[in-house]
Design a protein around this ligand. Structure first.
Ligand code: PLP
Length: 377
């Protein structure tokens, strides 16, 4: 199998598998238990939190484990507007956020919040000037992703933080860094964000684990009510095996950070070069600013058909969160490109395991599929 859909999810790395098995089989104590087996689990949890916090670039006490990126996004948004409820009811976000951000904001809009949606240009970039203009004295939340999951574009989060500070408005700044984490360098402090979401399964940890960064000193409402876990902020017995796996995956990634970054970048660049050379009718919809994601299109060849035919050849890529029932995704639609181009979009996304040869095999398969279609006409 050739797997080039790493923005959807990644293969769990061996170190993460080993860490999870060790915790499930041996170190399975409940970190809240007072006997030695529980205390050992609590110590392990503390070490794992420190490892993930080091990878995020924050303090361990600023990191709260969640079940996934969706949970982190929902929590951040709801807690931020609750925090600002006496200061205003205006939210700013972008039209190209993941549904884990758009849907909770839509729910808030139905409760009377006013939402300004910033639109991207045709390359998927958001203008920091437009953001600055949209800020108001009653803006209580700006939620802007760091890397878009379908286009691979980097959004101006740091500039947004500066604009919020300059405007003096009370807005908290949340960034969904699910696709950015470990792929593009950042720390929450450098970005100037108050809240930041990550998800484990995008970085070679298992599904079922994520985290929300909450800036130190910011006192938000907990996600759930229950026991005192996660400092009372996200109660529920800690999923220690998934946390251990996330810590191991982060550790390996950090240890090989430069090699991983250049490997991913090389694999993507090679794919785009070979694609453009072999398929002159092809369009690079987004080369992606982030190293691991790009989007290409073969106008006239619907994505769903291409994904199916590539799958028959053992190649996994995505039509995106891309196309649903013959319609381009909200992200691709937001770029305003011609519909024919958008209906043939493929998102290709790379991991540290990806090779230039895999990209070549994908292009070769696309050439074969196109030739077979032309011959059948
Ligand atoms: N945000 C972005 C940008 C994503 O790409 C995803 C998943 O694709 C999510 C949020 C949701 O993360 P999870 O699958 O961990 O809920």
């Amino acid at each position: 199998m050739i797997y080039l859909d790493n923005a959807a999810t990644t293969r769990v790395c061996p170190e993460a598998v080993k860490a999870a098995i060790a915790v499930m089989a041996e170190g399975f104590g409940n970190p809240s238990s007072r006997y030695a087996h529980g205390v050992a689990a609590a110590e392990r949890l503390q070490a794992d939190r420190a490892a993930v916090a080091a990878a995020v670039g924050c303090l361990p006490e600023e990191l709260f484990f969640t079940s996934c990126g969706t949970e982190g996004d929902n929590w951040a948004i709801r807690a931020a507007v609750e925090y600002g409820k006496r200061k205003g009811r205006h939210i700013i976000t972008t039209t190209i956020e993941h549904s884990a951000v758009l849907e909770p904001i839509r729910a808030l809009a139905s409760q009377g919040y006013e939402v300004t949606y910033l639109r991207p240009d045709r390359w998927g970039h958001i203008s920091p000037q437009e953001l600055a203009t949209a800020l108001r004295p009653d803006t209580v939340l700006v939620s802007m992703m760091l890397v878009n999951n379908e286009l691979g574009t980097i959004l101006p989060v740091k500039e947004t933080a500066a604009a919020i500070r300059a405007s003096g408005c009370p807005a908290l700044l949340h960034t969904d860094a699910v696709q950015a984490f470990l792929k593009v360098p950042f720390t929450p402090n450098d970005l100037g964000v108050d809240l930041l979401t990550i998800s484990g399964h995008k970085v070679r940890a298992p599904k079922g684990i994520g985290a929300l960064y909450i800036r130190k000193g910011l006192r938000l409402k907990p996600m759930l009510l229950g026991g005192g876990q996660e400092n009372g902020m996200r109660p529920g017995t800690e999923p220690t095996a998934q946390i251990a796996a996330l810590a191991a995956a982060c550790q390996v990634w950090m240890d090989h950070r430069e090699r991983y970054a250049s490997g991913i970048q090389r694999a993507k660049k090679h794919f785009l070069d070979v694609f453009s050379a072999a398929l002159p009718q092809g369009v690079v919809v987004s080369p992606g600013d982030a190293p691991h994601i790009c989007a290409v299109s073969l106008p006239g060849y619907p994505s769903e058909m291409l994904v199916r035919e590539l799958s028959d050849r053992g190649i996994c890529v995505s039509s995106g969160s891309a196309c649903h029932r013959g319609k381009p995704s909200h992200v691709f639609a937001a770029t305003g490109r011609p519909k024919g181009e958008l209906l043939g979009v493929l998102r290709v996304s790379f991991s540290p395991e990806s090779t230039p040869e895999e990209g070549e095999a994908l292009v070769k398969a696309l050439v074969e599929i196109c030739s077979a279609r032309v011959a059948a006409r």
